[in-house]
Design a protein around this ligand. Structure first.
Ligand code: UDX
Ligand code: UDX
Length: 452
């Protein structure tokens, strides 16, 4: 079949995979190719067993794969064929040199830009999908456009706002799509082509266009504001525990104020995921770089509060379990950073497990989707932790249950059966305010929830 346009995405991860699958699903006359340096990942995308768990994703992939959606490792061939190239490679926090621990590590991005340059035989539109520091597009434009092939690259920024676990819904009915471009005739023309792509299923008024740097900064700022809301409510959860107020009641009433709004006010064991920590630190680094020390410190405190909230969880267990958990079996319910994903990047559960190990407790981890990832994250301490697919088995003989992920499955368990199998007194530390605490107390559990 003759395709109207060739779209390529480099990086078949949590962002690139779902985003491009939805584009292919919604634009059947566009050929969408996704490439990755990781062959195992591409093989998985081509199989029944996709490399990431995301509700609804498989149905979308199945509809488009082989029709106009292709997963491949032929990066150079795909670059040559493409009109528009989305780049969605990872940009982790730098672990070395200048800005270590805060700045983004741009080595994969730059390497990808140079690969594009080497393989390209005609002008292309390059779209940043990865979250990048402000003014990266400018640097990439310099690298790409200093070529002697006589070809031109227009760089756009199209940050992705999907949240894991709801990625397909977020992509199919987004609150907004953002496309930043240079405000030159070429920049605006390139921008229009990407607008047209999204306009096949997103209402035009939801597709917002800005200059390049506004787009890059908006992504960092959106995540920083979301993370800040969680740190704010988590800070209040600590005060609630001291005063006898209930953080859920406080959040509910606050949320009725239209100016505050009801979403993203759930107190928790802490926020995780690949974006929040990285993006907030990146924003703080950017401010520091421009000499805005107070602004930098303000945003950095969002991450500090999150770390404190994570550490507070095991401290509270200790306080209530007679100041020792050494040798005690602690069932950890949930290792993913949130429900409906197998992703464990920056998961608060990981922090909790490390704290449990410091106290010489024995964590038994159960999670509906993330056990393989948990085993990988804990590879250095595999002799000190256990894994159980079945939550009843995980809780058997345990002194306490630590709920770290808000999997709905955990609500539906037979908690009486769990209680009967545990050491007494049986404790539940609910880092997600998931369970019906009064009902569990009636069964005999000692229940501690966040901010209550
Ligand atoms: C990534 C970034 O981490 C994030 O900042 C951005 O907002 C979106 O893209 P994610 O999709 O979750 O997020 O990352 P990941 O699942 O790690 O996927 C990145 C993929 O790029 C990996 O599959 C990796 O193999 C691939 N990659 C990396 C390349 O194909 N080429 C490279 O040079 C480097
Ligand atoms: C986030 C942004 O929401 C998304 O727009 C962006 O593109 C990527 O980063 P994600 O990290 O996938 O998405 O999930 P999100 O739903 O934002 O949750 C992040 C963390 O915050 C999770 O650990 C979650 O459990 C926690 N959280 C969320 C809370 O603790 N309380 C809340 O009220 C909401």
């Amino acid at each position: 079949m003759e395709f109207k346009q060739n779209v390529l995405c480099i990086g078949a991860g949590y962002v690139g995979g779902p985003t491009m699958s939805v584009i292919a699903d919604r634009a059947p006359d566009v050929k969408v190719t996704i490439v990755d340096i990781n062959k195992a990942r591409i093989d998985a995308w081509n199989s029944e067993d996709l490399p990431i768990y995301e509700p609804g994703l498989y149905d979308v992939v199945k509809r488009a794969r082989g029709r106009n959606l292709f997963f491949s490792t032929d990066i150079d061939g795909a670059i040559r064929e493409a009109d528009i190239i989305f780049v969605s490679v990872n940009t982790p926090t730098k672990t070395f040199g200048h800005g270590a621990g805060m700045a983004s590590d741009l080595q994969y991005w730059e390497k990808t830009a140079r690969e594009i340059l080497a393989a390209a035989n005609g002008s292309k539109i390059i779209v940043e999908k990865s979250t990048l520091p402000v003014r990266t597009a400018e640097a990439m434009s310099t690298i790409l456009n200093s070529n002697d092939k006589g070809i031109h690259f227009e760089i756009l920024s199209n940050p992705e706002f999907l949240a894991e676990g709801t990625a397909i819904r977020d992509l199919e009915t987004p609150d907004r799509v953002l496309i930043g471009s240079e405000q030159t005739p070429e920049g605006l023309a390139a921008c229009e082509k990407v607008v047209d792509l999204y306009a096949r299923w997103v209402p035009r008024e939801k597709i917002l266009t800005t200059n390049l740097w506004s787009a890059e900064l908006t992504k960092l700022t959106s995540n920083a504001f979301l993370a800040q809301r969680i740190s704010s409510i988590n800070s209040i959860s600590a005060l609630c525990e001291k005063t006898g107020a209930d953080v859920s009641e406080v959040a509910k009433v606050m949320g009725q104020d239209k100016r505050i709004g009801p979403h993203f006010l759930k107190a928790s064991v802490g926020f995780g995921g690949s974006c929040f920590r990285k993006d907030v630190l990146n924003l703080a680094y950017l401010c520091e770089f421009y000499g805005l020390h107070e602004v930098s410190a303000y945003w950095k405190s969002v991450v500090d509060m999150n770390e404190w909230q994570e550490s507070r969880f095991v401290s509270r267990m200790l306080e209530n379990m007679f100041n020792t958990i050494a040798g005690k079996r602690i069932a950890v319910f949930g290792f993913a950073f949130k429900a409906d994903t197998g992703d464990t990047r920056e998961s608060p559960a990981h922090h909790v497990v490390r704290d449990l190990l410091d106290e010489r407790a024995l964590p038994i981890i159960t999670d509906p989707k993330a056990i393989p990832e948990a085993k990988r994250d804990l590879a250095d301490v595999l002799d000190k932790v256990q894994f159980e697919a079945d939550p009843y088995a995980a809780a058997k003989g345990a002194h306490a249950i630590a709920i770290c992920t808000e999997w709905k499955q955990f609500c539906d368990l037979d908690w009486k059966r769990i209680y009967d199998g545990m050491e007494k007194p049986a404790f539940v530390f609910d880092g997600r305010n998931l369970v019906d605490a009064p009902a569990l107390r009636d069964m005999g559990f000692r229940v501690f929830q966040t901010g209550r």
